[in-house]
Write a protein that binds this ligand. Sequence first.
Ligand code: SAH
Ligand code: F3S
Length: 446
Amino acid sequence: MATVFIKTYGCQMNERDSEQVAQMLIASGHSITRIEDEADIVLLNTCSVRDLAEQKALGKMGMLRAKAGSKPVVFGFLGCMAQSRGAELLREMPQLNLVVGTQKFHKVAEYVGKAHKARIDDVRFSIVDVEEETDSQNTIRDHLNHEEQVSAFVSIMQGCDMRCTFCIVPYTRGSERSRPISEIVDEIKMLVDRGIREVTLLGQIVNLYGRHEFPKLLGVSPFVQLLEAVHQVNGLERIRFTSPHPIGFRKDLIEAFGRLPKLVEHIHLPLQSGSDRILKAMRRTYTSEKYLALVDQIRSRTPAMAITTDIIVGFPGESEGDYQMTRRVIDQVGFDNAFVFKYSKRRNTPAADMEDQVSESLKEERNHDLLQLVNDWSKRRAEPFVGQEAEILCEGPSKTNACRLMGRTRGNKIVVFEGGKHLIGKLFSVRIQRSTGFTLYGEAQN
Ligand code: SAH
Ligand code: F3S
């Protein structure tokens, strides 16, 4: 049996896929290590959404291979970059053994077993499996059994049919496929039995869950039907989801926040740009006015809603005027936080061939400027918490200082405080004493 090192790049969905792989490897008798030098098997679960993420994984692989020297280590790329580059990776890196795409994570344990045996027998072995597979969305369902884990990710669908012109995801993750409500609910019940108190439902376009598979019932979308079903799981305290698209964010979902108390007050709602011309070229199918109207509807139903977003700067053709419109929309919404990305050309996407690509230095300038604006808003949104009590779910030791504990508010703000381990997994109030913008510090009130 082998010792396996897995490193994950990119989004929460990738983290979730890596967990599935780790669990299947453990079930097959392998062990997982956090120390790369100890490993017989090295798996990098990759991200393709920007070039930088691909370059990091390629660099890491090169470095690990060089370090291994003559030691018989098996090397594999999994996930999005494996999917989009396929066999080409093997041509570039002949020592690679596994290239496993996004619909084949459930085969990794089998391939690892074969590759490991071949290495021991000193036989050359490599496999590329980037096929599509019907119902592969139903294979991401097993979890590691961590003691003291409080919050878990649950993949409810795979793929995306939107084809935003900058985005590689539809090509790496395939078309939209959703899992049945009953299977998702069973998975969450199992998690709650193990002590999980909060789930985050994951999908590339999560609010359109089930649109091709399941009917609307009395005007209620399949996603809201799912939220209602998950809400009924006893012992579950909080429900989050990420990421929705402003398109299809309808009344039934806005109202769900009013009647499902476990649904917490946080929405990550990607804006991408505040310029209608750019939004159109991105094929986002909404205008800034529609986005702002949606934010208004959400806030009039749920005034405490924390709203975070994704912004791309330097999309092809983005003029100074377009950029200023993005700044203006950010000021109009006042996001609690935002991820700002410099546009990165992705192969086979329409935007990669558009004229008027923006220079790297201008992207850098706008990125820098926008980060300041976004940070200012984060601070302003966090300030009102100081002096107040906030309900938090305690997740465990603080990542920056293991002597302290951390939890999150319903609006997803991180709160750090002192306390004993018995508080992990509990919901309670913390009196907030100060804020750095991203993190709140306070005193537990129990
Ligand atoms: N709907 C998905 C989006 C996946 S990509 C989700 O679940 O989050 C995450 C973010 O990366 C996007 O919202 C977008 O802001 C950014 N992004 C995607 N493609 C990009 C590109 N080519 N260059 C820069 N940023 C990109
Ligand atoms: Fe990508 Fe747009 Fe789908 S950002 S994941 S194509 S909604």
